[in-house]
Design a protein around this ligand. Structure first.
Ligand code: CA
Length: 251
């Protein structure tokens, strides 16, 4: 992994605190968030997390509800009572959903239920940061005659709206946000389907093929923009004349 080397620009210098006791989830978040350019600090216990959140400055806290010592509600409550306005996104298990209302009244900004895909969490993060006024626009990406809008989840080719599925849109949006970067099938699977998706990577090829078919139907040379990188995966290669060609970076 070379996460430190490939930072997204729009999130540069943003610090995220992850308070989560499950190491696999922490690692999943660390990889994804670093990739998006966030600085990630993590705590695996409630008390140490609360201490970090109180003593250091963060742009966002991702807070697991069930922690071994001090739970997410208590942490949230204490932070708000202490005057902290740092946005908080709570992670909860599906069976804990009825606690949603309690979580939000404790001052969390949003919540995401496990299992979740990274793109789902990222969308919430961006929405929360935008609501808090810290987010740059960046909701519309236009390249190679294709426009994707992260707010409306719509993709257009000129005036024509492409009828993409959620998965197809997520793949296109992800690759267009990182042009020329090569995404392995494993990365796409992790990012779009979630870290605990039980299927194999063939599903990625199937959805890429559907996406290309829809792009072709809209008049885009799909194989030119969504390139297969043999033995590695896929990359979005802009065809705009002003985009200088350069070697793809590989995750
Ligand atoms: Ca937990």
């Amino acid at each position: 992994m070379r996460n430190e080397e490939i930072r997204g620009s729009e999130n540069g210098d943003r610090r995220v605190l992850v308070i989560e006791d499950e190491a696999t989830i922490t690692e999943f978040l660390r990889i994804g968030l670093s990739y998006e350019g966030f600085d990630v600090v993590s705590a695996s216990e409630g008390r140490s997390g609360l201490r970090l959140a109180t003593e250091e400055a963060f742009d966002l806290v991702i807070l697991d509800l069930m922690l071994p010592d001090l739970d997410g509600f208590a942490i949230c409550k204490r932070l708000r009572e202490g005057g902290s306005e740092t946005p908080i996104i709570m992670l909860t298990a599906r069976k804990e959903i009825p606690d949603r209302v309690a979580g939000l009244t404790m001052g969390a900004d949003d919540y995401v239920t496990k299992p979740f895909s990274f793109e789902e969490l990222l969308a919430r993060i961006q929405a929360v940061l935008r609501r808090r006024g810290g987010g740059e626009a960046g909701n519309l990406i236009v390249s190679s005659g294709i426009a994707v809008n992260s707010d409306t989840h719509e993709a257009h080719r000129g005036e024509e709206r492409m009828n993409l599925t959620r998965t197809e849109f997520a793949m296109l949006e992800l690759m267009m946000s990182h042009p020329k970067r090569v995404f392995t099938r494993e990365t796409l699977l992790n990012r779009i389907w979630g870290f605990d998706y039980p299927g194999d990577t063939n599903v990625v090829d199937v959805h890429i093929s559907h996406l290309r078919r829809k792009l072709n139907a809209a008049g885009v040379e799909a194989r030119d923009v969504i390139r297969t990188v043999y033995g590695m995966g896929y990359t979005f290669r802009p065809t705009d004349p002003e985009s200088p060609a350069s070697d793809a970076t590989v995750e």
